[in-house]
Design a protein around this ligand. Sequence first.
Ligand code: SAM
Ligand code: SF4
Length: 474
Amino acid sequence: MKFNPEILKIKDERMQPFIDADEIWDIINNTVSERSRVKEVIAKSLDKKRLTLEETAVLVNTTDPDLIEEIKAGARELKEKVYGNRIVLFAPLYIGNFCSNNCLYCGFRTSNSEAERKTLNHHEIVHEVEALEDNGQKRLILVFGEHRTYTPEFMADTTRLVYSVKKANGEIRRANINAAPLDIEGFRTVAEAGIGTYQIFQETYHPEAYKWYHLSGKKADYNWRLTSLDRAQEAGLDDVGIGALFGLYDWRFEVLGLVRHTNHLEACYKVGPHTISFPRIKDAASLNIDDKYMVSDDDFKKLVAILRLAVPYTGLILTAREDHDVRKEVLQYGVSQIDGGTKIELGSYSDTHNEDQNLNKEQFKIADARSLSEVIDELIDDNYLPSFCTACYRLGRTGEHFMEFSVPGFIKRFCSPNAILTLAEYLEDYASEELAEKGWIAIEKNIRELDESVVVKVRERLDKIKNGQRDMYF
Ligand code: SAM
Ligand code: SF4
């Protein structure tokens, strides 16, 4: 069957649900993955065009190992050609784990009476942010449970507090949020605090499966969550992140769900999501789900490569839920952001005496507990360019991923110079001597790849950084 987007049974309308589960299954079940078609689809993506649902289904239905290798090679090529070698770094900061929902997969669920509940107070937030700044972090994602005390005003005040903390040369230049869906007014309130991206994961796009896992609380309302980022757009918050929690339902369905969500936002608001996240379920206190839909490492690697090809100009986020080896491999397939030095127990960045993971204090178990400097060290060894850049969003260049992708030379003139400058700041302020030496060699190597028109300016700014000036960007 050739699937024609014109015949989608559900038309895209603002703030209206847009998932038809039968239709997505029809597309998956009726799309044949022939060799020539797989190659055509990969070629279309390399031509910088977003894939349709039918084309994405061609890729998810591919089982031939040689063709899967071609999909991965296509994703690698797209990443190298289009995005270059930058990897943006961030860290999550858990603000509070009170929660009135009962998501079966989450340690914060209301029925987990063993969970140690806490909301960081003003001083604790300051200490956490100072500790993060002392590590060299510049970009955070603030994480909240869903609870009546975590109002939009509370989130906005928390964001302002985070931005106000400045220790030595440290500062947080971008605070994103991962929290519950809000109404339009609520999104307006958090937008006014200058947040970066607002992330909400649908968890599973399958409405029936969604019911299995969300038994009570506000989150039980599938459509309220599905349309949440429409409301963000209506509020003028156009920087949004979507995601699915892989392991709740068939991964192929979720990949098409993510693509459908992307084309819904594009159809209604002319801007797709800024980022897509694809967490896999990890062990959590009182985890209570069947392992029927758990995603193997091989399928996970394949699905990341498919997402890269399906939505070529959307950022892909890979978190420390995955272990070191999986992260190292999957980075090649087009991931643009990772976290480093991650701790998810409340208050744990400033608590240097407690290095153990305690499931009663955490939402789930992370698998890559390396420090930020270890992550940066390895990125440099693997020829990536670690970046803390926040320039586009601060200069009002919204939709920056789209620009990277569509404006010729954008990466060489803006992204790579900014990555180099932010890495230089990190090396000057936070790196060991050994890492600094390695990092400056990497900077020299990356300068050679820049657009000639910016090399002199980059060198001037690097000199200024060495003399103590900070926060310069293109
Ligand atoms: N409470 C808000 C919500 O549910 O949207 C936001 C924060 S929640 C702490 C962030 C995300 O973590 C969830 O959307 C879910 O996808 C993910 N998550 C929850 N339990 C998990 C687990 N056991 N393993 C991996 N990821 C998990
Ligand atoms: Fe609460 Fe979010 Fe955990 Fe669900 S996933 S129990 S909403 S913190």
